[in-house]
Design a protein around this ligand. Sequence first.
Ligand SMILES: [Zn+2]
Length: 103
Amino acid sequence: MVFCAAFGCSNRLKKGNGISFFKFPKNPVQRSTWEHYCRRSSFTATNHHTLCSVHFSMDMFQYHSSKFESLGLNFSRRAKLKDDALPDIPLMEKENTATRCSK
Ligand SMILES: [Zn+2]
């Protein structure tokens, strides 16, 4: 099962929902920025971890189907991030922290 490593994000790989998943980059500087973005304490990404496409602005993509759909084209190629892409959409804050200690 492919899912997203970002804190509070419950997106999973599912056909037709338009969300793509990206493996963490090999570049150590870029990789640590991705890890930091996930906001998980002492989180180290492995090759199994991925971030989903909702965390990247359109500028970070080389290809994105919605870019082509907005032009009226049917573009079925998978979304592809730029080589130096960084997640730049702020993570949602958890609003309800009252139940934090209940378990
Ligand atoms: Zn996500």
